[in-house]
Every structure is written in structure tokens, then in C-alpha cells.
Design a protein around this ligand. Structure first.
Ligand code: NAP
Ligand code: GDD
Length: 348
């Protein structure tokens, strides 16, 4: 008999890759989508429009992490063997603008899901999308499952509650509930307001002559960037264990935003020269002298996470999980994908 999985956040970057993976593995996937005034299913349209997949292996339901009755009904009706809670207000900077909403969805939304499982008494496995943002002002380098947390945003504080309530329900009610503490993972499906995709789109447009420059915030921030399809495979592995536990998924490498910009231009055969400091820093094209990058304070955060680098030893040893895509390849995959799409769209 086919296994059934329920996925919140199926329309997001990770949800779309996870849905593909689960369908490939023979699961029946039920996804929670939000009502929106415009189409928000573009990342799963290729699955959604395949009529053989839709109605057979993929079922979409309207729902929201803010609506407990909806989550209760969903768990009751679908009776999933596995639940992946990927739905979230996932943008760190936006969380400073909508802190209460972020807490409702990211923190209390997780509690609502766990309560739905507890109240129905369903034997299911629950995956929580926890995050390296929990480490915030980092207490050690690299960060692993035992590193203390120090959240630096309303998003991270909400995810901290979610992390602990997952652990508490595991201990208190014996639920199979696991946290994946995932470091940044990107792809050609990454939302365009996250820095990597903003750069891959911006650099492509500059090289194609469609835009003159991109404005960025903190160029010194360091992140451990991996490739999203590999990370959703890790999520699945976390639920295939016999006992629930928490795992770091990361690449073990860290790079600055500035390096991401440099590599992105390199992919398209250009070189960047930097000058100035702080908000006065600019990047110019070595070949032409054109100013293509500037710093704008509006992208600075009230509190920043300066450096993230993960230690995925536990995942490697217990799950046999390892990242494959290196930083330079990730930049290349993202830039080439955007460059081709933008070129085609503009008949260039
Ligand atoms: P994403 O692309 O922003 O997707 C977020 C998903 O959550 C979307 O499907 C969104 O629906 C849905 N959502 C937002 N508010 C919701 C609500 N109130 N009720 C139900 N669904 C809601 O994020 P992602 O990069 O795929 O990340 C997936 C999860 O992993 C998130 O929980 C994120 O916080 C966490 N995470 C991500 C990373 C990373 O580097 N990508 C690292 C660590 C942890 P719409 O499409 O309708 O907006
Ligand atoms: N978004 C954005 N836009 N970030 C910028 C910019 C810009 O113009 N310029 C510099 N940055 C810096 C941010 O200040 C941050 O230090 C870094 O680039 C990465 O920012 P994001 O790409 O927005 O990602 P994030 O690290 O804050 O959060 C992502 O990763 C987390 C895991 O660590 C999100 O996917 C979270 O949901 C996830 O939990």
C-alpha cells in the first residue's frame, strides 16, 4: 500500500522539491495551499497540470497554519503516515515588520499541528522545518545539534518556540516529531527576495543590459549555502529513522554575500572590482568600469546574523546524508537558469 504524506508549504521552494521526491518514491502527497488573489502554485504547476499525477498521487487542499480547525480536519481526513511542516512566514527581514503574524504562523502554527496529531491519536511522523537562524549570534563555530541558540529576529524567536514545542511533545506525549535544523539552501526556485536569487536575477539582467545595477544590504554576512533538492532528501531521511531526533543539515562551508556576487558575475564572464566601505561600497565591472552594485541601508536588519557554518556529522553518520553541490556549482546553476529564462523572455 502507498504511504500518504501531508505537506504544509507545498507551494514554496522546499515544498515543491519535496512533493516531487515523495511522488517519485511512490507516496500519495496531500499539500496545503493558501487562498490567494493571484496564482501561487507556479512551483508545483508542472505536477498540478499533469492530470495523471493530480487526483492520483497529488491532492491539494486549502488551509492555513493559523486555522486549527482546518489542520485538525486535514489530519483526521488524510490520516498521513508522515507530516512535513514546511509552511512559514520564512523571510527574516519581513519578520521585523510582521512579528506577531510570524509568531502566529511559525510558532503557534507548529503547536496547532502537533495538537491536531495528539488529539486525533494518529500514529504519524512529524518533520519540523527548523533553521540555522536559531544559532543567530553564534556561540561556537561550526554549529551542531548541541550548540546553544541565540535568535536574532522575530522569525528566529518564533522558530525557537517551534523547535522546543516539537521536543516537548516528543517527550511529553511520545509523538514521533523531529527537527531538521537546516542551514540556508537555495535553488532556481528560491524566492526572489532572498539574497542569492536576488543576485542571480540581478546579475543576469545587468549582463543582458536590462538593468543597470543591484542594491544590496550587508555584503559581509556569511552563510552556509547548499542546494535545496539535496536538503529535502535529508528531510525525508530524518523521518525514515526508527526513533525521532534532531539533525543539522549543512554543507560545512561558508561564504560572504560579496563572494556570491563575485562568482555570479564570473559565471557570465565578468569580473567585479570593489571600492569604498560600508554604505559607500560599490562594485564596478572591470571590463567597462560600469557601477553595477551599491549598498542600500534599507536592506540592513535591526539585528544581523553575521556567520553561519554547520557541522552535519550526525546526519552523515546516522542518515547517510551528505551534500553534493559545492558553492561555485550552486551559483552557476542559479545564474545560468535565470540568465537563460530572462534572455528568452526578452527575445535577446
Ligand atoms: P518559502 O519558499 O518561503 O515557502 C514557504 C511556504 O509556506 C509557502 O508555500 C507559503 O505559501 C507557505 N505559508 C506561508 N504562510 C503560511 C500560512 N499562514 N499557512 C500555511 N502555509 C503558509 O520557504 P522555503 O525556503 O521553501 O522554506 C521551507 C521551510 O523551511 C520554512 O518553514 C522555512 O522557514 C524553513 N527553512 C528554510 C531554509 C532555507 O534556506 N530555504 C532554511 C531553514 C529553514 P505561499 O506560497 O502561499 O506563500
Ligand atoms: N534578503 C536579502 N536582500 N538579504 C541580503 C541583502 C538583500 O538585498 N543584502 C545582503 N543580505 C544579507 C542578509 O542581511 C543576510 O545576512 C544574508 O544576506 C542572507 O539573507 P537571506 O537570503 O534573506 O536569508 P536569511 O539567511 O536571512 O534566511 C534564510 O535562511 C534561513 C536559514 O538560515 C531564509 O530561508 C530563512 O527562512 C531560513 O531559516
Amino acid at each position: 500500500m502507498k504511504k500518504t504524506a501531508l505537506v504544509s508549504g507545498i507551494t514554496g521552494q522546499d515544498g515543491s522539491y519535496l512533493a516531487e521526491l515523495l511522488i517519485e518514491k511512490g507516496y500519495i502527497v496531500h499539500g496545503i495551499i493558501r487562498r490567494s488573489s493571484s496564482f501561487n502554485t507556479f512551483r508545483i504547476d508542472h505536477l498540478y497540470k499533469d492530470k495523471d499525477i493530480l487526483n492520483e498521487n497529488l491532492f491539494l487542499h486549502y488551509g492555513d497554519l493559523n486555522d486549527s480547525s482546518n489542520l485538525n480536519r486535514m489530519v483526521e481526513k488524510v490520516q498521513p503516515k508522515e507530516i512535513y511542516n514546511l509552511g512559514a512566514q520564512s523571510h527574516v527581514q519581513v519578520s521585523f515588520e510582521v512579528p506577531e503574524y510570524t509568531a502566529e504562523v511559525d510558532a503557534i502554527g507548529t503547536l496547532r499541528f502537533l495538537d491536531a496529531i495528539k488529539d486525533t491519536g494518529l500514529k504519524t511522523k512529524f518533520y519540523q522545518a527548523s533553521t540555522s537562524e536559531l544559532y543567530g549570534k553564534v556561540k561556537e563555530i561550526p554549529q551542531n545539534e548541541d550548540t546553544p541558540f541565540h535568535p536574532r529576529s522575530p522569525y528566529a524567536a518564533a522558530k525557537l518556540y517551534a523547535y522546543w514545542i516539537v521536543k516537548n511533545y516528543r517527550e511529553a506525549y511520545n509523538l514521533f516529531a523531529s527537527n531538521g535544523i537546516l542551514f540556508n539552501h537555495e535553488s532556481e526556485r528560491r524566492g526572489k527576495t532572498f539574497v542569492t536569487r536576488k543576485i542571480s536575477v540581478g546579475v543576469s539582467k545587468i549582463v543582458l543590459g536590462i538593468e543597470k545595477n543591484i542594491s544590496l544590504g550587508n555584503l559581509d554576512a556569511k552563510r552556509d549555502w547548499g542546494y535545496a533538492p539535496e536538503f529535502v532528501e535529508g528531510m525525508w531521511r530524518i523521518l525514515q529513522t526508527s526513533d525521532p531526533a534532531d539533525f543539522v543539515l549543512a554543507t560545512g562551508e561558508t561564504h560572504t554575500v560579496r563572494e556570491f556576487v563575485e562568482k555570479a558575475f564570473n559565471v557570465l564572464g565578468e569580473e567585479i572590482i570593489w571600492s569604498g566601505e560600508g554604505v559607500s561600497e560599490i562594485g564596478v565591472l572591470k571590463r567597462t568600469g560600469q557601477q553595477v552594485v551599491n549598498v542600500n541601508e534599507r536592506y540592513f536588519r535591526p539585528t544581523e546574523v553575521d556567520l553561519l557554518i554547520g557541522d552535519y556529522t550526525k546526519a552523515k553518520q546516522t542518515l547517510g546524508w551528505e551534500p553534493k553541490t559545492k558553492f561555485e556549482d550552486l551559483v552557476s546553476i542559479m545564474v545560468m537558469s535565470d540568465f537563460k529564462k530572462i534572455k528568452q523572455r526578452n527575445n535577446l
